[in-house]
Ligand binder design. Structure first.
Ligand code: F6P
Length: 328
């Protein structure tokens, strides 16, 4: 038990994701429930350095569970990458008598948290908040479920126009170097092809498969391309190569971009955020630190930050098999 724990701070860092606010709400209210004080830090690690703190109560987080983005705002702080910057951050935490820090973010944010913990022996705990779902140690990251539902909704709309014009659409989705968004939203939207960085099947296989789709009577097709995919140099070059080699399709490209990061969090993400926020505070109370909260087979678990950062979140090979079968 960490009997000295009296005051917790929480911040959001890196790319925002739907569910971050629900996690902030859960950390604040769990702190209140256990008789702790809770401060929020605005603007991520830069806010730690600038002393941008505010004391929150249970009422401070009213009506945010359903809001996308992060009310604490986020920032990528170059200064926090310097020892001087981290020293300022540590001094601010000490001056505000903060005993532990909850960082809601992705692997880049956890790297900063791990270095900070090592340098100052300051208790930190991570909550995985990124739409990419690319963090080892958790089956789901906050925002991923909302993002894939957003993508499926958009692709359904694109399919309306594709089928009205006998067109082949290349739809690029986010995910950084991971293909989780592409694979799951592609299956959910009934895409004919899904291109992900984890499985480079090459241009010829893509052409062959699209020719078979056309022969089987498909007058339009959707190809979902993860932004990290390496089949072509980029989605536009890929589309033009296919258009040159498949004359019967009119080809169009749609890059979804940052809309995938927005929107009200799904119920799944709200519940996940609530569970993670409670588990983060309870773990700090029990003396744990330098770990990330995660969910595995519906059970909350803790993973050392170093493993969460260095580990790889594998693609579900079974989903690839499903894709191949159902795109017949
Ligand atoms: O990590 C989340 C993410 O949305 C990635 O999917 C994407 O590649 C990246 O952030 C975009 O970063 P930025 O918001 O800085 O353009």
């Amino acid at each position: 038990m960490n009997e000295t724990l009296k005051r917790i701070a929480v911040l959001t860092s890196g790319g925002d994701s739907p569910g971050m606010n629900a996690a902030v709400r859960a950390v604040v209210r769990s702190s209140m429930f256990y008789g702790l004080e809770c401060f929020v830090v605005y603007q991520g690690y830069q806010g730690l350095i600038d002393g941008n703190f505010e004391k929150f109560t249970a009422r401070s987080v009213n009506n945010i569970i359903n809001k996308g983005g992060t009310i604490l705002r986020s920032a990528r702080s170059l200064e926090f990458r310097t020892p001087e910057g981290r020293k300022k951050a540590f001094a601010n935490l000490q001056n505000n008598q903060i005993d532990a820090l909850v960082v809601i973010g992705g692997d880049g944010s956890f790297t900063g948290a791990m270095i900070f913990q090592e340098e100052f022996k300051f208790p930190v705990i991570g909550i995985p908040g990124t739409i990419d779902n690319d963090i080892f140690g958790t089956q789901y990251t906050l925002g991923y479920d909302t993002a894939i539902n957003t993508v499926v909704e958009v692709i359904d709309k694109i399919r309306d126009t594709a089928s009205s014009h006998n067109r082949l659409f290349f739809v690029e989705v986010m995910g950084r170097d991971a293909g989780h968004i592409a694979l799951n939203s592609g299956i959910g939207a009934g895409a004919e092809e899904i291109l992900i960085p984890e499985e480079n099947r090459g241009l010829e296989q893509l052409l062959e498969s699209l020719k078979n789709s056309e022969k089987s009577g498909k007058s339009s097709s959707i190809v979902v391309v993860a932004e990290g995919d390496k089949t072509g140099k980029n989605v536009f070059e890929l589309a033009s190569y296919v258009e040159q080699n498949l004359p019967y399709y009119e080809v169009r490209v749609s890059v979804l971009g940052h809309m995938q990061r927005g929107g009200a969090p799904s119920c799944f993400d709200r519940v996940l955020a609530s569970r993670m926020g409670v588990h983060a505070v309870e773990s700090l109370k029990s003396g744990k630190s330098n770990v990330m909260v995660g969910v595995m087979n519906d059970q909350m678990q803790l993973t050392p930050l170093e493993k969460a950062i260095k580990g790889k979140s594998e693609i579900n090979q079974n989903l690839l098999r499903v894709t191949d079968i159902l795109s017949i």
